[in-house]
Design a binder for this molecule. Structure first.
Ligand code: SF4
Length: 365
């Protein structure tokens, strides 16, 4: 079995898990213009943007030799629940052959979940599978911590692009680690690499912080969101995302255990419920909940990323102006699709940063 997966965020994590379970992994290439062109060409025109890009990613992975695609599912009105069926049909029609292993929440169908675990663990013993899971869980936590640190440092780097370069080197470092001990060593080395980045001194009261919220794929995949974190970092802004893998895994595994589930994500969902009382799928409720959370934590503004054709984010977008007014926090909503241009987006983001800078200076004086 030669396995691949959708390209999203810190992909070295998915690669490591599948490798430790004894699979041959085919890394899908980083999404590029070709990926988008392929996705747009072979997907229905009305499909949401992530579906199109993932179609392109799958085609590129199959071209590289993958015969099995491992992915997560979805539910509710969000289209992610139909991704497997739609992708399978699109790929078959175009002559691309691959099996799918789709992980839905174990709370929905435990039997199916365990069957899928059995497929990806192959011949590995249960003990080896559990050890691999534990190692990768540790890796997720460490990489998320490092990324959060990088997202702060980038705002003050003296050489533009240095933090991004170091972050890429850190991921390569972790790619070479296979045990918890090796990962711990990589983590210590990575911390030193980040601490060695030459930064400007900026007084606390002058620091700008922006939260990025929205649908998980466009929030987590920089090649699709026009490298929004870097764009903001280069403008001198500290960034925090609404989605990190560690929080998502913790919340997903504990979501139905109210007494144990004390995750921050649980609080976010509760904050979002006052504006979106029913679950409409995707991350609409979390997007709204995170805006409230960022306001409560003293952030200066929020960038809301919305994939074109995304139903849940269309709902959150319609409520956001009211929340922004009520809570007095500026929010910039950006629709992302294959037509989105860097120059146009940069102009809007620069204007937004100028606005929040002006507000901050007014508050200080
Ligand atoms: S959340 Fe939106 S973009 Fe993501 S799969 Fe669902 S409809 Fe598509």
């Amino acid at each position: 079995m030669k396995v691949a997966f959708p390209y999203m965020g810190t992909t070295v994590i998915y690669k490591k898990l599948l490798e430790l379970l004894g699979n041959e992994v085919v890394m899908p290439p980083k999404p590029s213009q070709r990926t988008i062109d392929l996705g747009v060409k072979y997907s229905p025109e009305f499909a949401c943007f992530p579906l199109k890009v993932i179609t392109g990613s799958y085609i590129e992975a199959i071209e590289k030799g993958a015969d099995t695609l491992v992915t997560s599912g979805g539910h509710g009105p969000c289209r992610a629940g139909f991704y497997e069926k739609v992708h399978k049909r699109l790929l078959e029609e175009e002559g691309f052959d691959a099996d799918f292993i789709v992980f839905n929440s174990p709370y929905r169908d435990l039997k199916n979940f365990l069957q899928n675990v059995k497929k990806v663990k192959g011949d590995s013993s249960l003990i080896k599978a559990l050890t691999s899971l534990n190692t990768v869980f540790y890796m997720i936590k460490k990489l998320d911590d490092l990324e959060k640190k990088a997202q702060k440092i980038r705002a003050y780097e003296k050489t533009v692009g240095q933090t991004t370069k170091v972050w890429e080197e850190i991921q390569i470092l972790f790619d070479g680690a296979y045990t918890k001990k090796e990962m711990e060593k990589a983590y210590i080395q990575a911390m030193v690499m980040l601490d060695n980045i030459d930064v400007k001194e900026v007084k606390d009261h002058k620091r700008l912080r922006i939260g990025i919220v929205g649908e998980i794929y466009v929030v987590m995949e920089p090649t699709i969101n026009i490298r929004m974190e870097e764009m903001l970092g280069n403008l001198g802004v500290e960034v925090e995302r609404s989605q990190y893998l560690y929080d998502w895994v913790c919340y997903s595994t504990l979501s139905k255990m109210p007494l144990i589930n004390k995750t921050h994500e649980k609080k976010i969902v509760e904050l979002g419920e006052q504006y979106i009382p029913i679950n409409i799928g995707g991350h609409a409720r979390q997007s709204v909940g995170h805006i409230v959370d960022y306001q409560q934590r003293g952030f200066d503004g929020v960038v809301h990323l919305m994939p074109f054709g995304c139903l849940p984010e269309l709902v959150s977008q319609s409520i956001i102006p009211k929340i922004s007014d009520e809570l007095n926090i500026p929010v910039l909503s950006l629709s992302i699709d294959e037509q989105t241009g860097v120059a146009n987006t940069l102009t809007r983001v620069e204007a937004f940063v100028d606005l929040i800078k002006g507000r901050k200076n007014k508050k200080i004086s």
